[in-house]
Write a protein that binds this ligand. Structure first.
Ligand code: AQP
Length: 339
């Protein structure tokens, strides 16, 4: 039997669970824009508000954060005429396919998820059922579009493997190659941007310490202050990247510099070998401000007109639904549901 062919299609999302960070920008948004601009894939991008509510979100804050996340996509360079941009809850097929996948995925698969263990912590009895089932909804987000490629940061790798497991089990159980086995697209020096306070923890929008991250809404002074206060060690930069092996905070700052300038990490090392932090941190702050200031400015301009953001998201949702609805309808039919 001939292998089914799937339209090359990218899907990825960002949670509106707080203001977006430099990690979200370098690990996700910047790469979404590159994939959109290389023109080889249809691109579907989503503000995943149903994921955000797996932990408590104040309703007014969720609304504001959803608009802010949409503004960040647009300010970073996503063209809503070319790509599809919408918020997840406006396309009910995500929740519907998520339920169908809840019945395909196994409890043991979910229990093994590192993010579940980290986010639920010792208090898993009090965590929401949604937080536990999150990866099945993520699989639905991707597979409702038959997406072939998903650009994500390193932290989402395990969830993508689970998406592949769900697609494989569904195809096997129902004897049809209906869902693609999606390829993760992970890489580059910023696949895992780390906290500025602890080089072993990823930079995260929900970290209680604001000094641990650069927010896309931070101004130039704040960016410079956060890099100045970033935790480092007393040693100057070594000759080679390999020399940073056991220096996670130092390596993180070099990775951020490389991702922002488009240089390789080795190029950064040869340019800055021997530099102390008093030299390197201001240089890093300068490239960060140069990169971020136009994006922050454009985000602020867009957020001044929330009605226009809402209109764009609704239009995107209609276009998204036109792809997802027939795929989810066929999924129901394959499973034997009438109508
Ligand atoms: N530190 C990071 N480095 C590289 N990529 C990152 N991403 C997130 N943090 C980093 C990538 O950004 C995309 C959207 O992530 P998300 O908002 O859906 O959720 P997350 O991964 O859980 O991000 P946060 O900031 O840590 O959110 P909270 O604090 O709410 O859990 C994904 O592609 C992710 O890999």
């Amino acid at each position: 039997m001939a292998e089914p062919t799937f339209t090359p299609r990218v899907f990825s999302g960002i949670q509106p669970s707080g203001g977006l960070t430099l990690g979200n920008y370098l690990g996700a948004l910047k790469r979404f824009v590159d994939m959109q601009n290389d023109g080889t894939h249809e691109c579907v991008f989503c503000v995943v508000d149903l994921h955000a509510i797996t932990v408590w979100q104040d309703p007014a804050a969720l609304t504001a954060q959803t608009r802010e996340a949409a503004a960040a996509f647009l300010a970073a360079g996503i063209d809503p005429e070319h790509s599809i941009l919408f918020n997840q809850s406006q396309v009910p097929e995500h929740a519907e396919l998520g339920w169908l996948f809840n019945c395909v995925a196994r409890m043991g698969w979910m229990r093994r998820m590192t993010q579940w263990k980290e986010k639920a912590g010792k208090n898993s009895e009090e965590a929401s059922l949604g937080l536990f089932g999150y990866p099945a909804l993520m699989a639905a987000d991707i597979l409702a579009y038959h997406a072939t490629h998903v650009p994500v940061g390193e932290d989402q790798k395990q969830h993508l493997e689970l998406t592949r497991d769900i697609a494989t089990k569904f195809n096997h159980d129902f004897g049809r190659d209906f869902f693609p086995i999606t390829e993760p697209v992970i890489g580059g020096p910023a696949a895992r941007v780390m906290s500025l306070r602890d080089g072993t923890k990823k930079m995260s929008k929900s970290d209680p310490s604001d000094m641990s991250r650069i927010n896309l809404s931070d101004d130039a002074d704040m960016i410079a202050q956060k890099f100045r206060k970033a935790r480092t060690d007393p040693e100057p930069l070594p000759e080679t990247y390999e020399g940073l092996k056991d220096r996670p905070e130092a390596r993180n700052l070099v990775d951020i510099y490389a991702a922002m300038t488009g240089q390789t990490t080795e190029q950064v090392m040869s340019e800055h070998a021997g530099a102390g932090w008093g030299q390197f941190k201001p240089a890093l702050a300068e490239v960060a401000v140069e990169t971020m200031a136009p994006i922050t400015g454009e985000m602020n301009r867009l957020m001044a007109d929330p009605g226009e953001i809402d209109r764009l998201l609704s239009r995107g949702a209609e276009r998204a639904r036109a792809i997802a609805a027939p795929i989810v309808k066929e999924t129901r039919a394959i499973m034997g549901m009438v109508g």
